[in-house]
Ligand binder design. Structure first.
Ligand code: DOR
Ligand code: ZN
Length: 358
């Protein structure tokens, strides 16, 4: 028996981009996930509530007919974000979190925070409003080795910030290291982490297998096997501080394959199936539902989804590319097999089916 049903999952970290490109990718997520936290790193970034509301409308308009999907919007934190703006964002009922990019850390992060002293008042208000802070946890100091940037950020910035704002909800986004897991595990209440499918499935060898693999380049960059194993342990442990966030980040094929390729891995086409592989290999399929469908909603204080989806252990080959605006994108596992597929789309159908594999 290889059928497996779970409550409809949510993606707590997703890049949708905008315009025609967004219209091409949003269906991959919306046909499986109930909700997603939408990253604000557009050009220009989503810094105002009005921007978030307008972007949300564009996403809803681009949804394939018949899909029910709720985009949960975020504001992009800058040195100049005002407390009034954050209060307005919260009152909108549409903005569910604020994203902190250290300036220069990753794609479209140039307007990010350069001086953490300048966001103190905003963080204090967010704590009061229970509005989570989503953190891209990497220092930008070029003197720090790229594989150490997460651990150094945690020590220098994140640990003091979490202590200075004891009520602030903080999510360490796309955790990639044993140090991140140790930090989250030992942190006070109100600290959590999302974990991506690519950091669970691949280590840094995947960037260099048989040559440079630009489609395996993302930020934070893939880490060594020791770190990957620790991420798998954390994700499959049943600890409610860890939940699903794909960081699916589409880029046009040409912009990744150039001499200075963009960071980002597209996984929305197979996200739940890829997580299922990880949990199956770890002998923990029974822990997948809480990681994918419960813990994130609980952390955000939102209701769990009522619909269910059906997964089947039925291998399929991922296409070489998908449409992406005026070009195409190369998805994770392109022209390779994925072991699971989502068979039944969201429904209210209740099933008692439980995995009897592995
Ligand atoms: O690999 C990444 N791509 N990491 C990020 O933090 C941003 C993302 C993007 O927007 O492409
Ligand atoms: Zn991201």
């Amino acid at each position: 028996m290889t059928d497996f049903t779970l409550a409809r999952p949510d993606d707590w970290h997703l890049h949708l981009r905008d315009g025609a490109a967004m219209a091409d990718v949003v269906g991959h997520t919306a046909e499986v996930f109930g909700r997603a936290i939408i990253m604000p790193n557009l050009q220009p970034p989503i810094v105002r509530t009005a921007d978030a509301l307008a972007y949300r409308k564009r996403i809803l308009r681009a949804l394939p007919r018949g899909t029910s999907f709720e985009p949960l919007m975020t504001l992009y934190l800058t040195d100049d974000t005002s407390v009034e703006e954050v209060r307005m964002a919260h009152q909108s009922g549409v903005v569910r979190a604020v994203k902190l990019y250290p300036a220069g850390a990753t794609t479209n992060s140039d307007s990010g925070v350069t001086d953490f002293g300048r966001v103190e008042a905003v963080l204090a208000l967010m704590a009061e409003l229970a509005l989570p802070l989503l953190v891209h946890a990497e220092v930008t100091d070029p003197d720090v080795d790229i594989f150490d940037r997460e651990a150094v950020f945690i020590e220098r910035i994140l640990a003091p910030l979490v202590e200075a704002h004891p009520q602030l909800k903080v999510i360490l986004e796309h955790a990639t290291t044993a140090e991140a897991i140790a930090f989250v595990e030992g942190a006070r209440e109100g600290v959590a982490a999302t974990i991506t499918p690519h950091h669970l499935l691949m280590n840094r060898n995947a960037i260099f297998t048989g040559g440079v693999r630009p489609h395996h380049y993302c930020l934070p960059v893939l880490k060594s096997e020791r770190h990957r194993c620790e991420l798998v342990r954390a994700a499959t442990s049943g600890n409610r501080r860890y939940f699903l966030g794909t960081d699916s980040a589409p880029h046009e094929k040409e912009t990744k394959e150039g001499s200075c390729g963009c960071a980002g891995i597209f996984s929305a086409h197979a996200a739940v199936a890829l997580y299922a592989e990880v949990f199956e290999t770890a002998g923990a399929l029974d822990k997948l539902e809480a990681f994918a469908s419960f813990f994130g909603a609980d952390f955000y204080g939102l209701p769990r989804n009522k619909e269910r989806i059906l997964l089947r252990r039925e291998p399929w080959e991922v296409p070489a590319s998908y449409a992406f605006g005026s070009g195409s994108l190369v998805p994770l596992r392109a022209e390779e097999m994925v072991a699971w597929r989502v068979l039944a789309r969201p429904s209210h159908h209740k099933s008692t089916t439980r995995p009897n594999t592995p």
